[in-house]
Design a binder for this molecule. Structure first.
Ligand code: NAD
Length: 379
């Protein structure tokens, strides 16, 4: 029995979390749930970080966190709980598989199967901003060598473990020669250690265009935080719906699993949201905690449900789908199919999805420095 922390979040969060938990428990997940309250209610009670200190203790103690999306209230003063959690728990790697489910889910890209490995702690996404002058605001783009080495190595190890053939790096190092330049340089260095895996680098703008147009050209993609945030939504959406993809946030000690989409407040409380994204996150969690037999059972039943044309509104298409269902009915359909295998998609078999053990970062020799001047900025 593995104790996990669960947060039901905001908007469609509680509905998709209930559906997800119902499915994995019916499949035999050996988990004990400790629930915490995070998000909107906590923010609006006056806690600007959206989470109580006692909840941090629970998350750190259990180490595995299954989280539904949360709403960050608009306006100044509220810190994004997602950013804080990733940073606070050292969840440096964000893995987002996006595959199309052709011919059962309508998509322009029938053979797409990409995994976006997004750096998760650094870059502009750290949200470090300050006002320089009355009319100028600055946002810091921080990229570190340890951060680059950890995420690039993770991408190659992931590719090796999952029998994937190629890792592609996206940066904009023709412009940001130092920050993105470092990411690209580290990619080239580490790629040499994996000669059996093809590697390539694309400038992000044309790379993103290519991904949106011909995603079948890519396999595993590794990139800095903000690019990965944007492109994983694009990648999930072009498979059919942003509601289909899950996300694993992995650190050295803790891990958090979620859907890639947000709390979709306009869809909340209507029993219409697609629980598949969070369910995919939960499947990655089950693999991570060594319950791959349960993960496999859930994934095969989910694929069979999709094949049977039982679809939520976001992927439902007249002539392609058979039945339009709500969140609860979709969960019930997956539960009905537990033990069954898909007939058109290959059935999945997870035998080696144990967490990867990556070498610890080796601190480099400090560079030789000489004082040549001082920059002072006063306004
Ligand atoms: P969103 O991803 O919540 O929703 C965008 C649209 O996508 C929805 O209106 C809906 O049409 C569709 N959609 C998303 N998930 C769906 C699902 N499961 N089933 C069916 N359709 C679905 O993006 P948003 O509207 O920009 O953000 C809403 C809130 O979510 C914001 O407060 C934002 O900060 C937050 N957010 C949270 C997370 C997270 O907790 N990890 C991630 C992204 C955004």
């Amino acid at each position: 029995m593995k104790k996990i922390t669960v947060a039901k979040g905001d908007g469609i969060g509680p509905e998709i979390m209930d559906a997800t938990l119902e499915i994995i428990l019916a499949a035999g997940a050996k988990i004990e749930i400790e629930e915490i309250e995070v998000g909107e209610k906590v923010y609006l009670s006056g806690n600007t970080s959206g989470i109580a200190n006692s909840s941090w203790d629970i998350i750190r103690r259990n180490k595995i966190f299954l989280k539904a999306p949360i709403t960050t209230p608009q306006g100044g003063g509220y810190k994004s709980l997602n950013v804080t959690t990733r940073k606070f728990l050292g969840l440096y790697s964000n893995v987002r598989p996006c595959r199309s489910l052709h011919p059962f889910v309508s998509t322009k890209h029938p053979v797409m199967d990409v995994v976006i490995v997004r750096e998760n702690e650094e870059d502009l996404y750290a949200g470090i901003e300050h006002q320089q002058t009355d009319e100028v605001i600055q946002c810091l783009k921080l990229i570190s060598r340890p951060g680059c080495e950890k995420i690039v190595r993770y991408a190659f190890e992931y590719a090796k473990q999952q029998n994937r053939k190629k890792v592609t790096c996206f940066t904009k190092d023709n412009i940001m020669k130092q920050t993105d330049g470092l990411f690209h340089k580290v990619f080239d260095e580490i790629a040499k250690e994996y000669p059996e895996i093809e590697n390539e680098h694309w400038i992000i703008d044309i790379g993103a265009a290519k991904l949106a147009d011909s995603p079948e050209a890519f396999d595993v993609l590794v990139m800095p935080n903000l690019y990965g945030d944007v492109l994983s939504d694009v990648a999930a959406q072009i498979t059919g719906s942003v509601g289909l993809a899950g996300s694993a946030n992995i650190g050295e000690e803790c891990a958090m699993f979620e859907a890639i989409h947000g709390s979709a407040p306009r869809r909340a409380g209507q029993n219409i949201a697609n629980p598949s994204g969070l369910l995919q996150g939960a499947i990655m969690m089950l693999n991570h905690i060594g319950q791959s037999d349960v993960a496999e059972k859930v994934q095969n039943a989910w694929l069979k449900t999709i094949e049977d044309g039982i679809h939520t509104y976001d992927v439902f298409k007249e002539g392609v789908s058979k039945e339009k269902v709500g969140t609860k009915e979709f969960a019930a359909a997956v539960i009905d199919r537990l033990g069954q295998k898909p007939e058109v998609f290959p059935a999945v078999h997870y035998d080696k999805n144990i967490p990867m053990v990556l070498p610890k970062y080796k601190k480099k020799q400090p560079a030789k420095k000489e004082l040549v001047g001082v920059d002072v900025f006063v306004h």
